[in-house]
Design a binder for this molecule. Structure first.
Ligand code: GLA
Length: 370
């Protein structure tokens, strides 16, 4: 392509532990996946904005920077809201943007809870940064990508996925304190211990995810208010949670408060160089909490977790927002075939679609390819 001036990659992620804690000002511990979204970008100087996705074979969606500022987004295809949202937000913040042409291509399965949308937004954001505003900080890139999803797609996500895609490094999990923005790269070398992290993509769609996700945020805010704290992150004592009179808010708060403790525990064990087998029970406890207290799991996710554990996994849990998506399982390398087969058979018996299975190695965050 004549207009090409570069190609960028932003990865998807799995979150080792720390689900639904980001919008409660808490802690998360994600790692980047080897697969991501590539953005091939070319400079334009005529104010035109052209975007195309190889996953939605069609011609370029064409608009202009001025056009993006006006209303009329409802006529645009859904996928295009992500890149165009990033472009619009980038320009809205005053960064010089004379026009751009983008081609997007992705390998992260969509709707699998592996952050395909953050990979998409982040690949565009870093391409724009490198082409037009190299001094923009990583924190602002993350904020631009998140704002694009919140405002122009209409999904009220926290900051986990975009932070993972931008900040993760190969061979590490990223410990992020969402409140302070402090980060720490913690080595996560499963191979050294003869272990593997398997990902089972259940292929079940994120049913009702938008509405239910937003609802969980509202419930957490209500629980924090009832406890007299700004965010559930500020609850230090489980006894406070148990004092909540509303049983639903009590369950939601119990998940968030205990999940923050689980993140701190796993981060500490890995930081200290413990055998990662030791984190397995904490991962599984995270799943039980998401299933029973936060109520975001599904029968397929539960079958994958229960079967992986019965087949010998040290720990297993759903990842991402829930209501479908993927499960991770920490397994002995020699057991990967056995665990995979067991989950496949259980899915067949339960009438679920054949899950897609791959192994996750902690990979590099977003970067330029060429
Ligand atoms: C989705 C959101 C994230 C986070 C997770 C749950 O992936 O995009 O911000 O809230 O769900 O941990």
């Amino acid at each position: 392509m004549e207009w090409t001036v570069g190609r960028w990659l932003a990865p998807g992620r799995v979150n080792l532990i720390g689900e639904h804690t980001d919008y409660n000002d808490g802690f998360v511990l994600p790692m980047a996946l080897p697969m991501g979204v590539t953005c091939t970008a070319g400079v334009r100087t005529d104010g035109a904005v052209l975007v195309r996705s190889m996953q939605a074979p069609c011609d370029f969606v064409e608009t202009t920077l001025d056009g993006l500022g006006a209303t009329g987004w409802s006529d645009l295809p859904h996928w295009a809201h992500y890149p165009l949202g990033v472009i619009r937000e980038f320009a809205r913040r005053g960064h010089e943007l004379p026009g751009v042409e983008l081609e997007l291509d992705g390998e992260v399965p969509m709707g699998a809870g592996l952050s395909s949308s953050a990979a998409l937004s982040c690949s565009v954001a870093i391409a724009l940064r490198d082409l037009y505003a190299p001094s923009v900080s990583a924190a602002e890139i993350i904020d631009i990508a998140r704002t694009a999803e919140n405002v122009y797609v209409g999904v009220p996500t926290g900051i986990l996925d975009q932070s993972a895609s931008i900040l993760c490094t190969e061979g590490h999990v990223l410990f992020l304190d969402v409140r302070s923005g402090a980060t720490e790269q913690i080595p996560f070398d499963l191979n050294k211990f003869g272990l593997d992290l398997l990902v089972f993509d259940t292929g079940s769609p994120h049913r009702l995810v938008d509405g239910e996700y937003a609802q969980r945020r509202v419930e957490c805010a209500a629980a924090a208010e009832a406890l007299g704290v700004p965010f559930l992150r500020d609850v230090r004592d489980f006894a406070d949670v148990e004092r909540l009179s509303d049983p639903l808010l009590r369950r939601r708060a119990r998940h968030v408060v205990s999940e923050n403790f689980r993140v701190l525990l796993v981060a500490e064990e890995l930081r200290e160089g413990f055998d990662p087998r030791s984190i397995g029970t904490t991962l599984t406890a995270g799943h039980v909490s998401l299933r029973d207290d936060y109520e975001v799991s599904t029968p397929a996710l539960d079958v994958a977790v229960d079967t992986a554990l019965s087949a010998g996994a040290y720990g297993a849990r759903m990842v991402g927002g829930g209501f479908g998506g993927s499960v991770i399982a920490l397994v002995e390398q020699e057991q990967t075939g056995r665990v995979t087969e067991a989950v496949r058979e259980a899915f067949a018996r339960s009438g679920f679609d054949v899950p897609r299975v791959f192994h996750a190695a902690p990979s590099a965050g977003a970067h330029r390819l060429e």
